[in-house]
Ligand binder design. Structure first.
Ligand code: URA
Length: 255
């Protein structure tokens, strides 16, 4: 792709005349790949460079990044014959060849990165990189200190080796019927449940469910709340998505 002058690209994108665009550059409002750009004559590649003005990414970008709050009932795939896919929730979003970077089970909710940046997705998902993933887990029964220690030390889930050490924080050992019980789906009235924040550094198939199953305290509800530096935006209703900010993209690329 041929290179263009930054001021021309910004003017062509409708941000004003060349002199108005120069003012935006001077104010430091324009970034190229996350770095402030001030020189109108800077050469950019509209296909490869990510150009933003005041935090809004301009449309001629090649890679797109979305944070989806995945609802239960959707499969983490681009196509499926039996259930709606997460991609169907983004059908009006700009960007070609989008795919989910990673998988959440059909009944799992929460943070899913949707992108068309293959190299970035590959890095984030590579077992070598051990990107942290944090889940809110509601499990049947009351978790003991020993259960938490087993989660943290590594637990046998039927693989060759135990899971890697994790971080487990008990948020609520209480009964589903108590007035302060969190109103999350999956609780029968009166059933004892525990609410745990669990951070793991790997992504084996059904890993969280298998870890709790190994404790004899099956998962009733599962929601991912962060992956690496990306945190689920609680203002996003299940099924809603938004474009990542420049800062979020830049921190993901640091992995
Ligand atoms: N672990 C699971 O068991 N399920 C998910 O969806 C994600 C992590």
């Amino acid at each position: 792709m041929s290179l263009l002058r930054l001021d021309k690209l910004l003017a062509d994108a409708g941000l004003g005349t060349r002199s108005q665009v120069k003012l935006l550059l001077k104010k430091g409002l324009v970034t190229v790949n996350g770095e402030p750009a001030r020189r109108p004559e800077q050469k950019v590649d509209p296909e490869a460079d990510r150009i933003a003005c005041d935090g809004t990414i301009l449309s001629r970008q090649k890679f797109f990044y979305y944070l989806l709050n995945k609802p239960a009932g959707y499969v983490s795939a681009t196509e499926d014959n039996t259930a709606p896919t997460v991609l169907s929730l983004l059908k009006d979003a700009p960007g070609r060849d989008l795919f989910p970077a990673g998988r959440l089970d059909k009944d799992t909710e929460g943070l899913l990165l949707i992108t068309n940046d293959g190299p970035l997705a590959h890095r984030l998902l590579s077992p070598r990189h051990h990107v942290d993933k944090t889940y809110l887990v509601k499990a049947a029964g009351i978790l003991t200190a020993d259960d938490l220690a087993r989660l943290e030390d590594g637990i046998d889930i039927g693989e060759k080796t135990p899971t890697l050490p994790a971080k487990a924080r008990l948020l609520a050992p209480r009964t589903g019927a108590s007035p302060e019980a969190p109103s999350l789906p999956g609780t029968e009235d009166g059933q004892e449940v525990s609410l745990v924040e669990l951070t793991i550094h790997e992504g084996k198939f059904h890993q969280v469910k298998r870890m709790f199953q190994a404790l004899g305290k099956p998962v009733l509800y599962l929601k991912r709340i962060s992956m690496g530096s990306l945190v689920l935006d609680e203002s996003l209703a299940p099924g809603a998505f938004r474009a990542l900010t420049e800062d979020e993209i830049a921190s993901l690329k640091r992995f």
